[in-house]
Ligand binder design. Sequence first.
Ligand SMILES: NC(=O)c1ccc[n+]([C@@H]2O[C@H](COP(=O)([O-])OP(=O)(O)OC[C@H]3O[C@@H](n4cnc5c(N)ncnc54)[C@H](O)[C@@H]3O)[C@@H](O)[C@H]2O)c1
Ligand SMILES: [Zn+2]
Length: 389
Amino acid sequence: MDTIRQRFAVSYEYPVVFTRNVFDPSNPSLATVLEGQPDGVPHRALVYIDEGFLDAWPDVPRQMGAYLAAHAGAVQLTHPPETVPGGEHAKNGWNVVQNIMRNIGNQRLCRHSFVIAIGGGSTLDMVGFAASIVHRGLRLVRIPTTVLAQGDAGVGVKNGMDEHGMKNYVGSFAPPVAVINDYTFLRTLPDRYWFGGTAEAFKVAMIKDAGFFDALCEGAPALGARRPGTIEPVVRKTAQLHLDHIRTSGDPFEFGAARPLDFGHWAAHKLEVLSNYTLSHGEAVAVGIALDTRYATLSGLLNEVDCDRLMTAFAQIGLPVYSPLLKRTLPDGELEIFAGLEEFREHLGGQLTVTLPDGIGNGVEVHDMDAARIKDAIGYLAEWGSDED
Ligand SMILES: NC(=O)c1ccc[n+]([C@@H]2O[C@H](COP(=O)([O-])OP(=O)(O)OC[C@H]3O[C@@H](n4cnc5c(N)ncnc54)[C@H](O)[C@@H]3O)[C@@H](O)[C@H]2O)c1
Ligand SMILES: [Zn+2]
C-alpha cells in the first residue's frame, strides 16, 4: 500500500455589516468590500435583485448605479441590474439558476468578478448557488432584505435550491465575500415574512441563549405590533448567534450529523413541501419549533412554564403553532409528516440527529423520535391553534 496523506486547512473571513441606507454614496460599506484589482482595472460585476423587493424599492437600481459611479474604480457593472422572481418558488427547479449561470457566462465574468445578490433568503440561496458553481465559484456579496435573511439565511455559508420534491436538495457550501444588512429595507416587508423571520430568532435562542429567549418573550407584544426599533436588535443577535455557531462549532461545512441550528426544521421542511410552499419557511419553522418544544416537554426536557411561554410569545407575535398538514395521513393511516424525519436524516447524513431544547438555552441531541409522543404533541398544538382562532 502506498498512501500520500494530504492535509491542509483554509481559513475564511468575511464581514457581516449592519447599516442603513447602503446605497447612499457616503456609506462606505459596499465600496469597501468591492476592492478593485491590483492593476487598477475594476472587477466585472453583475447584480441580481429580488422582484418582490424591487416592487417595494423601485429606485434601488438607479441609486445603486449612482453609488457605483461615485465609487468608480472598484467594480464595473457589465449589465444593468437583473431581476429574479422573489420567494420560494424561484428556488423550485433549475430554471432561474440556469438563466443566471448563462448570463454570468455571456457577461464574461471570471472567478474574481462579483455577483451581488439583493433580496430575501430564497433569492440569496438561489443566486448564491448559481454563483458558486460557475467557474467553481465567483465572489458573492449578499445584501439580505428580509428579517429571516438578515439574521439567518444570508449570513452563513450555504446556498441551495429545491429539487426532487425536497427542500434544499441541491446546493453548495460557499462562504460569501461579504454580507451587508441594511435595516432600512425591512420597513416594507409584508407582515407574514416580518413575523416569520422572528421564528429563527426563537430557534437559536432556545438552543443557545436563555437571556435572548427572555428578551424575545418580553418583547413579543412589541414585535407583534412591529413597533419601531424592535426588530434591529433581534436581527443583530440572531445573526451573531448563527455566526458564533458556524465559527466555533468545529464543523462549519456540516460533515457531522449534528445540526443544532436545525432545531424544529425536520417538520418545517416537510410542511413546506406538503403545503406546496404556501407556508413560508418562517411560518413552517414556527410550527416545527412549537412541535419539538411540546415534544421536549412531553419527554421531560422542558417544563410546562417554558413551553407555555413559547406558545404565548408566538401567539402575541402572530406566528402559527399548528398546521392541519400535521394531521394529514397516507392511505395506510400513517401521518405524512413522519416521512420528514427520514428525509431530514438523509439530508444531514449518518444517524438521525434531532436537537431538542434541554431547558431554555441548551440543546440535546436525540437519535430517535417516538411516534406516539409526536402525535400527542400534535394534538396539543391543534388545541392551541384552535384557541387562537
Ligand atoms: N442558506 C441558509 O443557510 C438558509 C437558512 C435559513 C433559511 N434559508 C432559506 O431562506 C428562504 C426564506 O427566506 P425569506 O424568509 O427571506 O423569504 P423569501 O426570500 O421567500 O422572501 C419573502 C418575500 O418577500 C419579498 N421581499 C424580500 N424583501 C422584501 C422587502 N424588503 N420588502 C418587501 N418585500 C420583500 C420577496 O420578494 C418574497 O416575495 C427559504 O428558502 C429558506 O430555505 C436558507
Ligand atoms: Zn430555517
